[in-house]
Design a protein around this ligand. Structure first.
Ligand SMILES: *Cc1c(COP(=O)(O)O)cnc(C)c1O
Length: 402
């Protein structure tokens, strides 16, 4: 089937929850993908920060093939070696002590919310259940994580929402301090906000949030579903900030493209969960965790975190260069290879103009361009992307005036 055939059949049978581009992707290799009409694209969306190793990384493909022929699923009634191995790798490379596996970012955050409530009931009292989250945050689409998400547009139409969440502006310590009360049980935030428009936390802010949580006996939850696993140029974003969370959530890039989620916790918090308190049929299944072990080892052994740091800086400088050329550039933001550009102009049209020229990028809120290249990206890939972006900007915004 070609693009048109797949699109028309999809419109007939698939529920309309996504605004999709009218094309179907059929194959990927490294930083490139191909659509059903045979067009090639440089992929700076990376499956929304999932394909950090590029498409079809050979070590991930081999691990999936091998595991699929051995054992695909057996339930969590039994121990599973790849699950144990992925947990070991995560714990030994982070400041957290224990891992719960699930299948997505929303589920990882749901698990974090449950653990924080359970912990607070035992340590702060039965009335402590409120979690303070940030404006412009994104934590998922289940009812609890949707409510944790501090953007009203996602809430619209789904009332009544579960109680126990309140929002404060990001990077604003006094608002956070004022919001803490006897009902508070935890603070949850993304060190670098992704979906909300690409906003990085300030270092002194996160350090002060940690101190506030310690003073008040609150758990600090970092949602690194998008910004974790090398994306910011650090294995975990919290390492740049030199702030250790009590609970850390991961998903997206964790298994090289296979669905997975993980909620990590310090021992003190993790011990609030007893057998039966939380579960997931597919969570940590052999196939996903075998892919995860291969993906995590590739991330560490192939210098990809370092590459994200170095090429993230290079890409940032190139975008700053474009900012000098286009007065419509309002701000270049982000860390590592999680970058955004706010423009005074139609970001969606820029995305479409890039796509016509063979570059996939993404836009947020109509005026932010988001760039999520794979961590295997090369300087040449970035140069090519910047050349295409420049042409697209000229087409959509007109000639620069500076
Ligand atoms: C994508 C994302 C989620 C939700 O992950 P899903 O796998 O889509 O449920 C949660 N938090 C952040 C920061 C994300 O970027």
């Amino acid at each position: 089937m070609d693009n048109a055939a797949i699109v028309s059949r999809g419109e007939k049978y698939v529920m309309r929850t996504y605004g999709r581009y009218p094309m179907a992707l059929v194959r990927g290799e490294g930083a490139r993908v191909w659509d059903a009409d045979g067009n090639e694209y440089l992929d700076f969306v990376s499956g929304l920060a999932v394909n950090s190793l590029g498409h079809c990384h050979p070590r991930v493909v081999e691990a999936i093939r091998e595991q699929a022929g051995r054992l695909i699923h057996c339930s969590n009634l039994y121990w599973i070696e790849p699950q144990v191995e992925l947990a070991r790798l995560l714990v030994e490379n982070s400041a957290l002590d224990k891992v719960f596996f699930c299948n997505s970012g929303a589920e990882a955050n749901e698990a974090a919310i449950k653990l924080a409530r359970k912990y607070a009931k035992e340590h702060r009292g039965p009335e402590s259940y409120e979690i303070i989250t940030m404006r412009r945050s994104f934590h998922g689409r289940t009812l609890a994580t949707l409510t944790a998400t501090g953007q009203e547009k996602f809430h619209h139409g789904f009332a009544p929402l579960p109680p126990g969440f309140r929002y404060v502006p990001f990077n604003d310590l006094s608002s956070l301090r004022a919001a803490v009360g006897p009902r508070t049980c935890a603070v949850m935030l993304e060190p670098v906000q992704g979906e909300g428009g690409v906003y990085a936390a300030n270092k002194d802010y996160l350090q002060a949030v940690r101190a506030l949580c310690d003073d008040e006996g609150l758990l600090l939850i970092f949602d690194e579903v998008q910004c974790g696993l090398g994306r910011t140029g650090y294995l975990f974003a919290y390492q740049y900030y030199e702030v250790e969370p009590d609970i850390l959530t991961l998903a997206k890039a964790l298994a090289g493209g296979v669905p997975i989620g993980a909620m990590l916790a310090k021992e003190r918090a993790a011990s609030a969960f007893a057998p039966g308190d939380h579960a997931s049929t597919f969570g940590g299944n052999p196939l996903a965790t075998a892919a995860g072990v291969a993906a995590f080892k590739a991330l560490l052994q192939e210098g990809l975190v370092e590459n994200a740091r170095v090429l993230g800086q290079y890409f940032y400088q190139q975008l700053e260069g474009l900012a000098r050329e286009f007065p419509q550039f309002i701000e270049v933001r982000g860390r590592g290879l999680l970058l955004g550009v706010e423009i005074d102009g139609p970001a969606g049209e820029v995305v479409a103009a890039c796509q016509e020229r063979g570059l996939l990028i993404n836009s947020l809120h109509g005026h932010v361009l988001r760039f999520l290249p794979p961590l295997i990206v090369t300087r040449e890939d970035i140069d090519r992307a910047v050349t295409i972006l420049k042409e697209a900007l000229h087409e959509v915004l007109g000639q620069g005036q500076k």
